[in-house]
Design a protein around this ligand. Sequence first.
Ligand code: HXC
Length: 258
Amino acid sequence: MEFTCIRNYTAAPGVGAVQINRPAALNALNLQTMTEIVEAFAACDADSDIRCILLHGNEKAFAAGADVKEMSGAGAVEMLERDQFARWERIRQTKKPVIAAVSGFALGGGCELAMLCDMIVASETAQFGQPEINIGVMPGAGGTQRLTRAVGKALAMELVLTGRMLSAREALRAGLVNRVVPVETYLYEAAALAREVASKAPVAARLAKESVLKSFGTSLESGLEFERKNFYMLFATDDQKEGMSAFVEKRKPKWTGK
Ligand code: HXC
């Protein structure tokens, strides 16, 4: 069996790169690919040398959606039994920060997968969209929820109901992506951002990620409480002592992740 997802642990120090690799199908996400992404993420999460994960496709496509050919003949019960969203849930539970480097198509499940990541670096050629309406369905992996939270109701409705694609520039203006960079350097730029995140105190990064994500599913009151507890918890880490001592002593901190 050929792998449809490639792991590269040497993309940059502390960065685990995961590449979706089904170029002939514009990286359409079939069950095998999703399983391999989940496994690659789990391996990165378990590896203490990796502190940030970088997910990318190729210049032409991040991913053009879930694999339509794999889904087209399925009935509702079969879809339910496939339980494909369990894989998405596993990705959502990734502890380490994840950066998506998006070039070309990020459509349907591809857009949803990018939105599942914590930050998006887009090449100038990136195109985002939820075109499921054009094939008689609707987004199923968070498209109606995360896109709406990211870009607001008006634009989310337009994209979901017309299926039109959003250019990288529009995505930047709408707040869907962190930055837009030339296609020639998009992977390098995304790796540089991942490397910067990887250079921070790992436990603080993990709890900070958890706290930001918490804001999407909770009231302000319980979100603040969650944040405060995580903040206090960091005072139990060596890295807090090291980080604050280093600041006072005017030197660079050395993180141990403890
Ligand atoms: C399966 C796909 C695919 C997909 C492209 N391909 N997208 N196969 N699933 N989502 C395959 C094509 O069949 C073709 O293979 C090859 O990739 C190249 O695609 P072309 O269409 O020839 O390329 P192009 O003319 O450049 O058009 C690019 C495109 C178009 C605009 C992105 O491929 C397209 O509209 N794709 C579908 C996009 C989409 O509807 N995505 C949402 C899917 S539903 P062959 O072998 O025929 O040459 C979804 C639901 C998510 O994501 C729910 C949660 C999991």
